[in-house]
Design a protein around this ligand. Sequence first.
Ligand code: ZN
Ligand code: ZN
Length: 333
Amino acid sequence: MAQPFLERNLRIAPIDVFIDPPQPRARAIITHGHADHARSGHGAVLATPDTIAIMKTRYGEDCAGRFQPLPFGEKLDIDGVTISLHPAGHILGSAQVLMEHQGQRIVVTGDYKRLPDRTAQSFELVECDLLVTEATFGLPVFQHPAPQAEIARLLRSVAAFPERAHVIGCYALGKAQRVISLLREAGYTAPIYLHGAMIRLCELYVERGIPLGDLRHSLDIPKSELAGQIVIAPPSAIKDRWSRRLPDPVLAVASGWMSVKQRARQSGVELPLVISDHADWNELRETIGETKASTVWVTHGREDALVYWSQQQGLAAEPLRIEAYEDGPEEVE
Ligand SMILES: [Zn+2]
Ligand SMILES: [Zn+2]
């Protein structure tokens, strides 16, 4: 492949635009609203309308100098580079970025998953010459179970312990709404109670057309009434004083990381739910193959195994080490 027009720090060289830059930049394309991708303080931001709404909700209306919405599938020409955004299936509005320039096609996946999810636009496969893929779960041990099976385990536990509350630690953007939606899909129609940190983003999802059913603020509810109920809270809240307001809570966490049994045990989680918003090892490999990319750059996670696997397939592959992409403690996507 000819010299790529994307640099390894995800700067689109011919037009001086950065993708998900960790530092404030004059012009940025943002793949999705998670804090390790969407920062405040850029001059101009190009993103999907949902991502722009999420950024404004989290960081305030003025979190960038200017916003330019680009709906999925629409092409935008910037000085000879054609940009389009394609669903990544990770959270509401999450996008892969396709760049075309002088016959070369480059895709940056951002975070993605391919399992159906009613709270995110479905992943779309985009063929390209160079694929920049995430690798959060880029090891063969990561093979996520069906989320419906995890939700069924949760509902069995709720039925078995009618005197206890079930509190589920969920990242506030994406995971919380997906878990609620999976519960509704499984036929759970009772009210679901929210920690205060969940409310704004759940409201935003509903405003943007994602039905979540009967949601209530847990603060307003007497302790005794929460027996037998499901409460959604940030992972950091489930073990602090906040959870003492709940009757004998069963502590659950919904995260792809819950497949690491030791991690679940160490964090005192009684009911680990393996529900991931990232591609697992099989999805990562399938996707690399299906894009027909001849060159693969691997970033944002466990790069080495996926680089090695890609090289075995005859592809040019290398890791990108973008330091600021490390997940913060709350990023248990
Ligand atoms: Zn993410
Ligand atoms: Zn991420």
